[in-house]
Design a protein around this ligand. Structure first.
Ligand code: FMN
Length: 328
């Protein structure tokens, strides 16, 4: 059976976390249909090619991770001309799909009318998106977008979705929270159903899908079967595969916290090629912070020890000892 017809499952863009190494390792676990890069911020003028290659090293390998999962290039900005020219440069550099970020809540970005702040102005949202869609016409490159429900509230949610649709996007991911709601649970999946009714492009649900059971509930509430997974792609890199096993009636393989810690150890080894030790240790702690969201007390205990460790040797030997000797 072709699982792609059942559901598409994407790895979400996550700035400062979801880099090429992480995308590579996560997609190798199977079940993932595409990834989106961390955002490349566009203010005015052209970005140098090396910036595109830093954000998306996969541009050098047909815009795919090592196992062949497509990687879409995400741009963030508000200036139609600047977005359009940089989208074209992205394509010239090897991007196969361009994605626009209308969800980022960061103050520095929002102050300059980028990310979620664009959701206050459906007309500007349309202008920016339309300019990119037009710029990509000649190369026939698909343009996708990712939005939150709104900035302060949901008053303009449907207007924004309609504006993106009219501007020429081919796919829409909805992080089902406003900017004001930050990352606070719950995600309001019921809004995804309303958005799907007013657009004629495929809609992906995003926000707070941590388990197969969450996926199932999200489908019931949103009516949408395609999803993008952010933090849960790191707290359980096998979740896409588990969802597809569930959808095809196969036995869902079990994942426990120790397996996820083993994955983190693999990541530390792989990332050694790209980052200095201090960065790897800091980022491993970021992973552990995220693990607490899914694995609760067990992850908290590990984090409490690791947060005090300052070098990688100590960190890795603690994690290895935990894997070998802890009873949980
Ligand atoms: C650390 C972090 C960085 C993020 N960076 C981006 C980004 O660069 N572009 C974007 O569109 N969304 C970004 N997001 C939002 C996620 O893609 C996703 O929409 C959000 O985490 C909700 O999904 P989740 O509950 O599955 O994590 C980021 C989220 C986090 C936690």
């Amino acid at each position: 059976m072709n699982t792609k017809t059942l559901a598409l499952i994407a790895v979400a863009p996550m700035e400062g976390v979801m880099d090429a190494t992480t995308r590579d390792l996560i997609t190798r676990q199977g079940g993932w249909d595409f990834c989106v890069t961390e955002f490349l911020r566009v203010t005015q003028g052209r970005q140098p090619l090396k910036v595109f290659q830093r954000i998306c090293p996969e541009l050098r390998q047909n815009a795919q991770t090592l196992i062949g999962t497509p990687v879409h290039l995400q741009l963030l900005g508000s200036d139609p001309a600047a977005l359009a020219i940089n989208a074209q440069i992205g394509v010239a550099a090897g991007a196969k799909v361009i994605d626009l970020n209308y969800g980022c809540p960061a103050k520095t970005v929002n102050r300059h009318l980028g990310g979620a702040s664009m959701l206050r102005y459906p007309d500007k949202l349309y202008a920016a998106t339309h300019a990119v869609a037009q710029a990509l016409k000649e190369s026939n490159t698909p343009l996708t977008a990712k939005m939150r429900l709104g900035y302060d509230d949901t008053e303009l949610t449907l207007d924004n979705a309609r504006a993106l649709n009219a501007a020429g996007i081919t796919q829409l991911v909805v992080h089902a929270r406003t900017k004001a709601q930050g990352y606070k649970p719950p995600a309001h999946w019921e809004w995804i159903a309303k958005i799907a009714e007013v657009v004629d492009v495929p809609v992906f649900a995003n926000g707070d899908i941590w388990t197969v059971a969450d996926y199932q509930r999200c489908v019931e509430v949103s009516g949408v079967k395609d999803v993008m997974l952010g933090r849960s792609s790191m707290t359980n890199p096998w979740l896409a595969k588990q969802i597809k096993q569930h959808l095809t009636g196969k036995e869902v393989e079990q994942v426990d916290f120790k397996r996820v810690l083993g994955f983190l150890l693999q990541w530390l080894v792989l990332d050694a090629q790209f980052y200095e030790e201090i960065v790897r240790v800091m980022r491993a702690k970021q992973w552990l912070v995220m693990f607490r969201l899914r694995w609760g007390e067990e992850a908290q205990q590990v984090f409490d020890v690791c947060k005090r460790l300052t070098n990688e040797r100590d960190l890795m030997s603690y994690l290895e000892d935990y894997l070998l000797f802890s009873d949980s």
